[in-house]
Design a protein around this ligand. Sequence first.
Ligand code: NAD
Length: 331
Amino acid sequence: MKKQNKPIVLIPSPPPKERPSDFEILLGDIAEIRYVSPSDKQEFEKTLKEAEAMIVWGVTGEEVLSKAPKLKVISRIGVGYDSIDVDACNKYQVYVTITPGVVSNAVAELTIGLMLSLSRKIKMCDEFVRTKWAMPNTFMFPMGSDLAGKILGIIGLGRIGYEVAARAKAFKMNLIYYDKVRNEKAEKKLDLKYVNFEDLLKISDFVTIHVPLTKETTCMIGEKELKLMKKTAYLINTSRGSVINEKALCKALEEGWIAGAGLDVFETEPLPLDSPLIKNENTVLTPHVGTATYETRHLMALSVTNSIREVLSGKVPTNVVPEQRCKVFKK
Ligand code: NAD
């Protein structure tokens, strides 16, 4: 009997150390997973020609799509898809899917972690224990402040913003939010108050950002916005680095316009070692690990592979990006 070739799913990265990977386990029955690093240009382009699906983290645009005649779906591991050229995908009739919902708990937990780390000066306390506490005549230790009773301003009350609000409520914080779409159901459920963007910046003790990176949100926090914030306020960003004008943020931190910042995302990643954010004592920095938990990564793999299953069986994927809702591609 002639062996039936399975559709090829290309993952543009070197093969992981542990095989089979989650993707291979979850899709192996219906597809052949091929890990090929884009730096291996010849092999990458050869595989692109045959691939019917791609699983991606990073930038994907016309240069990839134009070389992938059989490609039906790009399944992005994550919910932010600013790195994918959706217009080009429409042109080439390729679905773009994301992994909504399954990342929200992990990102919300990290957001609260950054807030606690700043408010209780956990980074400084750790350093103090390691270097000063046991020294003679050390009486001073870093003092923090409570989250309870403080105002948390949430910019973007979507899936992640909502989960942050739910957790902050348990910490007895007062919750306000700004979003381009009002969510009255969430307002009632979580005792949230809707305010305009400027008021949020002026009255919050913590400002946390959960909007996607779009033309509208690029640099939505710049010098003007940082100057509106309280000198005692902290800024948290687990969305995308470019939502904040990083140069303005460095100036704000240096000159004390705000008290500190907790950042998981940066304009340039990895964050260059000479960034002033690294030298600043009032920052807590994490290397874009919002979703980096075993549980969440497994759920993301399930979501990604489910989208590919749907497309390879001729269905419109459930988790298609909003710009492609109602589109049906036939390839
Ligand atoms: P979501 O689409 O559920 O929520 C985004 C919210 O932002 C929506 O309520 C939307 O109305 C609002 N919004 C969009 N544009 C706006 C604007 N100009 N002004 C005000 N509000 C605006 O998305 P989500 O699942 O909550 O994820 C949010 C973002 O978090 C993602 O786009 C992604 O960039 C980022 N993210 C980061 C990590 C990480 O590892 N740090 C992980 C997952 C997601």
